[in-house]
Design a protein around this ligand. Structure first.
Ligand code: OGA
Ligand code: MN
Length: 277
């Protein structure tokens, strides 16, 4: 089958058709995926239909695979099952958190470089699309005065901040469980060694450190601007689709799907290569 490559929005996304199964597990394909990821943030292989073995092998070609605790997969510790069905994943109860714009692993010094998600079973009711927002483009679109205003600001990221969006009134026990995940402070603007800049915001961003005057509305306003339609891409899943995103620069969220939804994704993560600075 002929391979087609299509750019999706002016800033974000590449869609590739005609590549599936073991054909993805190829050094040249992975190198092109990494280059596209750098330029466009999101790479979509339509109906790639990869096996679990090939998903892990392909991820290894992209970088170091993160072993995922509690992934819920019976045979592959590198694969996390993303589902709301508690019989398929011990983390099912936390999936509602993914309905809010976020970046994965912001409580690490070195957040994951990329996330790979493949649709094993799409939602039976048409829900559960995934949206991406390009925080490099959002940063670029700020005025010089606004960029100066953000310079030097630091933000505390925590699992608790993201869970508060789902459960605004936790019991002391819930709160204590969240707080077992240590929080971490990061600059609001992430400047890469390459000089490229992005906004490090989203559900885990609790407050700007030492600036109570800025308050919650400041971070909410920034998130609102970064997720305007001109910076976003919406992916409507087909069975077998495989999507990779630059987790350092793409905010993402699942559009809500129900507790009884058939939606089941298999996910792998590529280790971060650059500390936030
Ligand atoms: C995730 C995530 C989005 C989705 O797995 O980290 O945000 O659409 N998933 O399931
Ligand atoms: Mn995520």
């Amino acid at each position: 089958m002929a391979v087609t490559v299509t750019e999706l929005t002016p800033t974000t996304g590449v869609q590739i058709t005609g590549l599936s199964g073991a054909r993805l597990v190829d050094k040249a394909v992975a190198e092109e995926a990494l280059a596209a990821l750098d330029r466009r943030g999101v790479v979509i292989y339509r109906e790639a239909d990869v096996s679990d073995d090939d998903l892990v092998s392909f991820t290894r070609l992209l970088g170091q695979v993160v072993p995922l605790p509690n992934g819920g997969h019976p045979t592959h510790p590198e694969i996390q099952r993303i589902t709301r069905d508690p019989s398929k994943s011990p983390l099912a109860a936390y999936r509602e958190g993914t309905f809010h714009w976020h970046i994965d692993g912001t409580t690490s010094q070195v957040p994951d470089k990329a996330t790979v998600l493949t649709a094993r079973q799409i939602s039976d009711d048409g829900d559960g699309d995934t949206e991406f927002a390009n925080t490099y483009a959002a940063y670029e679109a700020l005025s010089d005065a606004e960029k100066r205003e953000l310079e030097g600001l630091r933000v505390e990221h925590s699992f608790a901040a993201s869970q508060l969006l789902v459960t605004p009134d936790p019991s002391p026990k819930e709160r204590a469980a969240w707080d077992r995940n240590p929080a971490r402070e990061h600059p609001l603007v992430w400047t890469r060694a390459s000089g490229r800049k992005s906004l490090l915001i989203g559900a885990t961003a609790g407050e700007v450190v030492g600036r109570p005057d800025l308050g919650r509305t400041f971070l909410d306003g920034l998130l609102e601007r970064a997720t305007r339609p001109e910076f976003t891409l919406r992916h409507r899943w087909r069975q077998g689709d495989l999507v990779i995103w630059d987790n350092t620069g793409m905010l993402h969220r699942a559009l809500p799907y129900g507790k009884a939804s058939s939606r089941l994704m298999h996910r792998t993560s590529v280790s971060g290569e650059e500390a936030v600075a």
